[in-house]
Ligand binder design. Sequence first.
Ligand code: SF4
Length: 479
Amino acid sequence: MKSQSIHFKSRASSALDNAVLQDNLRRFGTTGLPAMRAKAVEAYGAGEFERLRDAAQAIRQRVIANLDVWIERFQREAEKRGATVLFAETAEEASRLVIEVCRQHGLTKAIKSKSMVSEEAGLNDALAAAGVTPVETDLGEYIIQLAGEPPSHIIAPAVHKSKDEVSDLFESHHGTPRKTDTPAMTQEAREILRKHFLSADLGISGGNFLIAETGSGVIVTNEGNGRMVTTLPRVHVCVTGIEKVVPTLEDVSTLLRVLTRSATGQAISNYVSLFTGPRGENDTEGPEHMVFVLVDGGRSSLLGGELEDMLRCIRCGACMNHCPVYQAVGGHAYGWVYPGPMGSVLTPAFTGIENSTDLPQAATLCGACSVVCPVKIPLPDLLRTLREKQVDRGLRPWGERAGLRAWSWLAQRPALYAFASRIGARALRGLANREGMIAWIPFASGWMKAKNGGRFMPAPAGKTFRELHAERVRAERAT
Ligand code: SF4
């Protein structure tokens, strides 16, 4: 998928002006996944959940410390059980490998279960160009495929769509009378997808985890589509990142407990599917061929570096669910596969910091993301690291650099600094309206724009902190 992250500011601005999107995001923020996670953590016990997060962090860190060893172990065990393991250095190479598999087995129709790595690879477009019809089967992914849009959230890909928009899409693509009742719409999608499940010869899934000791893949779903994708077609290809490997089945059970609670507030997802090799002699179902395509796509370049912690990510989506920036602008503003705080680290890391200069700035550094991250990734620290790298490489706008240089010069001259602060405080006071609120500040128009049309800031006293403090000291001495 071609990154549009360089246009974050204009995309965020359009998102703020989109009334339907704002309404959907508001409902998502107030009644959706954050509240469900909070309830699940409370039910589990906050202290116990912290211990679970520690355990999950340790498991992921153990893998990252010796990633090559665990990948080799996974490959050995998977091949021992009849699967083929292919490696793709880039996401584009992953697409080429999947198309080769299609040619080798004469495959023409693919049913897909959600795979963010296949979004990185632009796999649907590549398949279509190679004459293979891709059909997304996760309901959210199916909706956005009909809309011709990328996902806006890693676990709720169509969260930006209203029910009315989905009704319109179904009416125009299914050629059936428009429905507005959610169960009826779901039933309609189910009936259409069922035919695709039964006629496809290729199943493409992602992989939440790869188990090194058994050579198995694991996916968690709530709709059961993943199970059909991995068992019905005669070939199953699992496309996932190299960092998804974990040592043991026992480790997966720990990670699952923390993943589903963090993602959707569920103690466990409706389906947890493990796939190990192709159909055996005595099996009554399963694919004839099982292929793992393990994608690097920039992951190995993070090993041993300042952003290495990001490789622990288990793609739960909790950081974006709790991010005030994501809640204001939604996922499409970020311009690539991964939105929210994790995307603001992964996108520059995978596609180059020069191609996504605003993403590390698209955070208030409030810390909510790291508080909820199930594997304790210090996202604000990583965002600060990226900001430093941008400054080191001279990637910040000249106005910002000139402003900081001027501030630095001033800050080294205390008397002048105090004088300039006095002027600044009075100037800000002068910008206040009759209600004592400021609606516009020079060079800060981005900060003042908000979903309700504008953000207001209470005007300061018109005096600096030092002046106010000195006044108070004088008053206390006088009494
Ligand atoms: S960074 Fe943490 S919270 Fe965000 S998706 Fe990854 S694991 Fe979940």
